[in-house]
Design a protein. Structure first.
Lengths: 297, 436, 311
C-alpha cells in the first residue's frame, strides 16, 4: 500500500456530520480513566505529609499546601532538584537531538541507497532491541568504566543516541517522503550527496524528524535504569534517579530522613509538566510524522 | 595474565597490604599530605561532621557522595569495586553487610591504624559486630538500633490493656485488643523485613550463622531458639491477631497515622522516624523495652545502624582510616550525629551524657526515650553473627518465612525451606556448608 | 519487520539501471549516511553486548574465583524452573494485557476518526498523556490508588458496602500490573493507529458512504483492514514490552513483596540474580535466553500474519 504524503493527511471533512452523544460520553469516560492518577498526583501535591496519610486521597484537604510544597521541592538540599531538572534537560535534548539526526541520516541511507549489507545491518539493529539490557548492566558498566565514561554525562548521552525505533521510523518515512526524481534532479545539477541531504532531504523529513525527536526525548527523559547504574555523583543525576533517591530516603529505615514524601510527590508532578507541554506544542508535527511511519511498510 | 572477563578490571584493582603496624609518625606524615577522600554515605547532613574532620586535618578534603541507600548503595559499591575504579575510600555499611564485603576482601583491616584502642569507647555489642572472625576490625560503628517497643498508650488504655512485658503477655494482649476493636491490630509483621526477623532471632538466642568462618558457612535456622520465633509469629498471624502489611509503604504510613497498629516493635532510630512519619499522632506514643521470652529477663537485640568502613582499594589507607575513626569518636562529631542527625549513638560517652539521655520528647508525652534505649543498649546479646551472603539471606527470607507468615501458612516448615535455599545458594557460590 | 525490507527492495532496485560508476558512488554515499549511526550502535550496543555474551561463558564464585564454563550457564537456564515460570507468567500477562490495550487503542482511534465526538482534541491528548509519565511515577500513583486500606477504590468500595478487591493480592496482581501498562501505553498505540487512519484516502470512505454503508460497516470493512501493518508494528512492540516487563513489577514489589517474588518476571529474575545474588555471569546468560525467546516469539508472530495474509 502506498501512503499518501504525510503532509496531505485528510483535512477534517465532516463538519456536516451529526455528533454522537453516546460516543462523546464514552470517550470522556475513557479520558477520565487516563487522567485519574494524574488528578491524584495534583491533589497529593497540595497536601502536607500528615494530610497525605490521613485524608481521602482523591480530594483536596482543607490545608492547601501546593505552593509551599513546590517551594520546598525547589529549595531542598540547596536546590538540587533544579540541578536534576537541568541535567535531565541536557541529557534529553542532547540524546534526542543527536539521536534523531543519526537516525535521519541512517534511515535515509538505508532507504535510498543500495549497498552491500544494507538489509543485514538494518535487521541487526532491530534484532538488538530484543535482548533486555537490565541484567547486562554490569558488563556494560565494566566496559564503560574501562574507557572512562562511567559517572560522566556521556554515559547517559552516548547510549541514548542509538534509537532503533527512530531508525525504523526514519527509514520508512524517507521511503515515502523523499521522491527519487527529486534526488536525481539534484544530482544532475551536480550537488554532492551530503548537500542534497542537508538542503533538500532534511526539510522533507522534518515531520518524521520531529516525531523521532519527541519520542527520543520522552525515552531519555524517563530513562531510569541506565543512569541509576552509571552515575554515582548526585550532581549528575537526572530527575528520575533523584526522585527515586528521595523516595528511598523518605522510606529510610535508619534515622532522620526528613519529611521527604511530599517532595517526591510534588517533584513527580513538576517533572511531568515539561514533557506534557512539549507534546502539546509539537502535537501537529509528531502526529503527521507518525502518519507515514505507521502505515508505510 | 589470565583471559578472564575480569582481567581488564583486575589490573585496575590494587589491594593494599596493610603494614604490620602504622607508626604515629607515619600517620602524622600522611595526614599532612594534601589528600582527597571519597566518602559514600546516605546520612543527610553529615557535612557537619565532615567539616569538623577537615578542620582538624586541613590538608585532607572529603567528598561526600550519596549513592543511594540499602541495596542500591551496596549494588553500586560492588559494581564500582569490580570495575576497579570509582569505588570510594570510605563507605557507610550496615552491620549485617560487613561479612558480605569482608568475604570478597573488599574491606581494610583497621587494626594497624590504631582502631583496636577504640574498643572501650563503644558499647560491647556494637564493637563485636565490627570485629571479624580472625579478630580483624572491619569498620567503626556509627550508629545502632537496639530494639524496644513503641506503643500507642491511648489505644492500650482505652481497652484496659497493660503494656506487655513478655511475649506471652503480648500474644494475650493481641487477642484481647482484636476482640475489643476489630479495626486495630496489636502490631504489624512486615513480611519482607528480614532485618526485623533477624532481630527477633537474635533476641531469642538463635545465632544461625554463628561459627561461620571464611569459606566455611554454618547455617542453623532450625534450632529451638529460631523455631520458637517462627512458631510465635506464625501462630499470631494464623489467628489473625497481627497485621501483615509490608512496611515503609504508603499504606503502612497511613496505618501508623490512623492507629491501625497499637505497637511498633522497633529500634532506637524509630522514635525520631515516627515523629515525621506519623506526625498526626504526636503525643500518643510511648516507648517500652522489648517483650521478653522469660519474665524478669532483659535481653534485647539490634536492627539497623551503620558503620564507616574503609575499602581495600583505597589509595590513602591512613587518611581513610583516620577519617573513619575521627567522625565516629570525636566528641563534637558524635554529639552532632546524635543530636542533629538523630542517629542513635554507639559510644558510651554519649549514652552516659545527661544532655542526651535527659531529652524529653513531646511526641512521646515527655518521656526520656534516649535514656530507655541507652539502658537497652547494654542488654543486647554480643555474639550474633551475620552471614557472608546477607542480601540473599534476606531475599530468601521474604520468599519463605515472610510469605508463610503473611499467608497464614506453616512458618516453622518455612524455616527449613529458608535454610535449604541459603544452603543451595551458598554451595553454588563455593562455600562449604555445615548445617548443624 | 521482514515486510519492511521486502517493500524496500523496489525502491533500492531503481538506481541499478544506471551506469555502474554511479552505483558505486551511490553505495559509498550510502555507507557514509549509515556509518555514524552504525559506529555509535557498535560502540554503545554491540560491544557491551558482545562482552556480556563472553561474560556469560564464565562462572565467578564468591569462594573459588572465576572459571570458564562454556555453555554451562545456558544449560542451567534452560532447566531453570524459576526462569520458565517467569516466562510463562509474562506469556499470560501478554495474553491479558495486549488484547485489551490494542482493542481499546483501536476503538479510541476509530471513534476519534469518525469525527462524531465532541472535545476530540482534548480527549485524544488526555488518553495520550500517560505516555509522557515515567514508569516510575506511574507505578507510584497506581500503587497508591490500589492501596488495600486507604486507596480511594477501597474507600469507595467500603462506602458502597461491597467487598474490597485485593488489587495487590496474588489473584489480581497480574491484572493490576496489566492495568498500569494499559494506562501507560494505550495512548501511544492509539496515536499510531489514529495517524495510520488519517493516511487512508478519504475517497474510500466517501464512496462507501454514498453506497449507504454506516459507520460501523465502514470501520469494519475499510478502516480496520487498512490498519493491518500498523497493528503489526504495535504487536511487535507489545511482545517486546511484555516479555521485558521490569519497572512495574520491580516497583510494585515493595508494596506486595510476598506476591511478587524475585523471579516474578524473567527480567526481574535476571536483575536480582545480578544485584542480590551476585551471579553476574548467570544473569547475563538469562538475559540472552530471554532475548532469544522474544526473537522467536516476534518472528513466529510475523510468520503467522504473513501466511494468513497470503492465503
Amino acid at each position: 500500500m502506498t501512503a499518501t504524503m504525510p503532509t496531505t493527511a485528510r483535512a477534517p471533512r465532516r463538519a456536516k456530520t451529526k455528533r454522537s452523544n453516546i460516543l462523546t460520553i464514552a470517550m470522556i469516560a475513557a479520558a477520565a480513566y487516563f487522567l485519574l492518577p494524574l488528578f491524584w498526583l495534583v491533589v497529593a501535591s497540595s497536601k502536607t505529609s500528615a494530610d497525605l496519610f490521613s485524608t481521602f486521597g482523591l480530594w483536596f484537604s482543607g490545608d492547601f499546601h501546593l505552593f509551599e510544597n513546590i517551594r520546598l521541592t525547589l529549595t531542598h538540599d540547596d536546590g538540587v532538584f533544579l540541578r536534576w531538572l537541568w541535567n535531565t534537560l541536557l541529557y534529553a535534548v542532547a540524546a534526542a537531538g543527536g539521536g534523531a539526526l543519526l537516525a535521519a541520516l541512517a534511515g535515509y541511507g538505508f532507504a535510498k541507497y543500495r549497498f552491500k549489507g544494507n538489509r543485514t545491518m538494518f535487521m541487526v539493529v532491530l534484532g538488538a532491541v530484543m535482548v533486555p539490557t537490565t541484567a547486562l548492566a554490569i558488563p556494560t558498566y565494566l566496559v564503560f568504566s574501562q574507557i572512562g565514561l562511567a559517572d560522566t554525562p556521556w554515559a547517559i548521552i552516548l547510549p541514548s543516541l542509538v534509537n532503533p525505533f527512530g531508525l525504523f521510523l526514519m527509514r520508512v518515512y524517507a521511503e515515502s517522503a523523499v521522491p527519487d526524481s527529486l534526488l536525481e534532479a539534484a544530482r544532475i545539477d551536480g550537488a554532492s550527496e551530503l548537500r542534497i541531504f542537508f538542503q533538500v532531504v532534511l526539510r522533507l523529513l522534518a515531520p518524521g524528524f520531529a516525531t523521532v525527536l519527541l519520542f527520543a526525548l520522552v525515552h531519555t527523559w524517563n530513562n531510569y535504569f541506565l543512569p541509576l547504574i552509571m552515575l554515582n555523583d548526585p550532581e549528575l543525576y537526572p530527575i528520575t534517579v533523584g526522585l527515586a533517591r528521595w523516595q528511598g530516603q523518605a522510606a529510610a529505615a535508619g534515622g532522620a530522613s526528613g519529611d521527604l514524601v511530599p517532595l517526591v510527590v510534588t517533584g513527580s508532578l513538576l517533572s511531568i509538566i515539561p514533557l506534557v507541554i512539549a507534546f502539546l506544542f509539537l502535537q501537529r508535527y509528531w502526529q503527521s510524522g507518525l502518519v507515514s511511519g505507521a502505515v508505510k511498510q | 595474565m589470565l583471559a578472564t572477563p575480569l582481567a581488564l578490571a583486575a589490573c585496575g584493582r590494587h589491594t593494599v597490604d596493610p603494614p604490620a603496624h602504622v607508626t604515629r609518625a607515619q600517620i602524622d606524615e600522611a595526614m599532612r599530605q594534601p589528600t582527597e577522600l571519597d566518602f559514600w554515605t546516605w546520612v543527610p547532613g553529615i557535612e557537619k561532621e565532615v567539616a569538623l574532620f577537615e578542620e582538624a586535618y586541613p590538608q585532607i578534603k572529603v567528598d561526600i557522595v550519596n549513592a543511594g541507600q540499602g541495596n542500591p548503595h551496596y549494588a553500586k559499591l560492588r559494581t564500582a569495586l569490580r570495575a576497579g575504579n570509582g569505588a570510594p575510600d570510605v563507605a557507610q555499611l550496615e552491620f549485617q553487610m560487613i561479612p558480605s564485603f569482608a568475604i570478597t576482601e573488599d574491606l581494610l583491616d583497621l587494626r594497624p591504624y590504631g582502631a583496636g584502642d577504640l574498643a572501650p569507647q563503644f558499647v560491647d555489642f556494637a564493637w563485636s559486630q565490627v570485629t571479624g572472625t580472625g579478630g580483624e576490625i572491619w569498620a567503626i560503628p556509627q550508629d545502632t538500633g537496639p530494639m524496644g517497643m513503641l506503643y500507642r498508650a491511648d489505644i492500650l488504655d482505652a481497652h484496659g490493656i497493660e503494656v506487655p512485658a513478655t511475649w506471652d503477655e503480648f500474644a494475650e494482649a493481641a487477642a484481647r485488643l482484636r476482640e475489643a476493636d476489630p479495626e486495630v491490630y496489636l502490631t504489624n509483621f512486615a513480611p519482607a523485613q528480614g532485618a526485623f526477623f533477624a532481630a527477633m532471632l537474635w533476641q531469642s538466642g538463635a545465632n544461625p550463622f554463628g561459627g561461620s568462618d571464611g569459606p566455611e558457612l554454618r547455617i542453623d535456622l532450625t534450632s529451638p531458639e529460631a523455631e520458637r520465633v517462627a512458631r510465635y509469629w506464625g501462630e499470631l498471624s494464623e489467628q489473625d491477631l497481627i497485621a501483615v502489611d509490608p512496611d515503609f509503604t504508603d499504606a503502612w504510613y497511613q496505618a501508623l497515622n490512623s492507629g491501625k497498629y497499637a505497637t511498633w516493635i522497633a529500634p532506637a532510630w524509630a522514635p525520631t522516624f515516627l515523629t515525621s512519619a506519623a506526625a498526626s499522632t504526636a503525643g500518643l506514643w510511648r516507648v517500652a523495652p522489648l517483650p521478653q521470652w522469660e519474665a524478669g529477663q532483659q535481653v534485647s537485640s539490634n536492627w539497623g545502624g551503620s558503620t564507616s568502613a574503609v575499602l581495600a582499594t583505597t589509595r590513602n589507607p591512613i587518611a581513610a582510616a583516620v577519617f573513619a575513626q575521627f567522625i565516629n569518636t570525636d566528641r563534637e562529631s558524635t554529639d552532632t550525629m546524635a543530636n542533629e542527625q538523630f542517629l542513635y549513638p554507639p559510644t558510651k560517652a554519649i549514652l552516659e551524657d545527661p544532655a542526651f539521655t535527659g531529652q524529653q520528647l513531646d511526641f512521646y508525652g515527655g518521656q526520656e526515650v534516649n535514656a530507655l534505649f541507652a539502658d537497652i543498649s547494654t542488654t543486647v546479646a554480643e555474639d550474633f553473627q551475620w552471614s557472608p551472603v546477607q542480601e540473599q539471606v534476606y531475599a530468601d527470607f521474604t520468599a519463605t518465612v515472610g510469605t508463610a507468615v503473611a499467608n497464614k501458612a506453616d512458618a516453622v516448615a518455612a524455616m527449613e525451606e529458608w535454610q535449604a535455599r541459603i544452603q543451595e545458594y551458598a554451595e553454588y557460590q563455593g562455600f562449604t556448608v555445615r548445617p548443624s | 519487520m521482514t515486510a519492511t525490507t521486502e517493500t524496500a527492495a523496489p525502491a533500492a532496485a531503481a538506481p541499478s539501471t544506471r551506469r555502474p560508476q554511479r552505483t558505486r558512488r551511490n553505495a559509498l554515499a550510502g555507507y557514509m549516511f549509515v556509518l555514524p549511526f552504525m559506529i555509535v550502535f557498535l560502540a554503545m550496543f554491540v560491544v557491551p553486548l558482545a562482552y556480556a555474551a563472553y561474560f556469560s561463558l564464565f562462572r565467578e564464585q564468591i569462594i573459588g574465583g572465576n572459571v570458564f564454563v562454556g555453555f554451562e550457564n545456558y544449560t542451567r537456564a534452560f532447566g531453570d524452573e524459576a526462569l520458565w515460570t517467569g516466562i510463562g507468567r509474562v506469556c499470560l500477562f501478554f495474553l491479558i494485557q495486549v488484547p485489551i490495550m490494542l482493542v481499546a487503542a483501536l476503538a479510541f482511534a476509530l471513534a476519534l476518526d469518525t469525527g462524531l465526538t465532541r472535545l476530540a482534541r482534548t480527549t485524544r491528548l488526555a488518553i495520550f498523556v500517560p505516555y509522557a509519565v515515567p514508569g516510575v511515577i506511574a507505578t507510584l500513583m497506581w500503587g497508591f490508588l490500589y492501596g488495600p486500606d486507604f486507596g480511594p477504590f477501597a474507600q469507595i468500595a467500603e462506602a458502597v458496602g461491597v467487598g474490597v478487591p485485593d488489587f495487590l493480592g496474588p489473584d489480581l496482581m497480574l491484572g493490576s500490573l496489566a492495568n498500569i501498562v494499559v494506562w501507560e501505553f494505550t495512548g501511544y498505540n492509539m496515536v499510531i493507529l489514529f495517524a495510520a487512519l488519517r493516511a487512508v484516502p478519504a475517497e474510500l470512505y466517501e464512496a462507501a458512504a454514498v453506497d449507504g454503508a454506516g459507520q460501523w460497516r465502514i470501520a469494519w470493512s475499510i478502516k480496520i483492514p487498512s490498519l493491518k501493518s500498523a497493528l503489526v508494528v504495535c504487536m511487535i512492540f507489545s511482545i517486546i514490552g511484555s516479555f521485558q516487563l521490569f519497572n512495574e513489577p520491580q516497583l510494585m514489589q515493595t508494596l506486595a513483596p510476598t506476591v511478587i517474588d524475585n523471579a516474578y518476571t524473567p527480567n526481574l529474575y535476571a536483575y536480582n540474580l545480578a544485584f542480590i545474588g551476585q551471579e553476574y555471569n548467570y544473569a547475563a546468560a538469562v538475559s540472552f535466553v530471554l532475548g532469544l525467546v522474544i526473537l522467536v516469539g516476534s518472528y513466529a508472530f510475523m510468520f503467522a500474519t504473513n501466511r494468513r495474509s497470503r492465503r
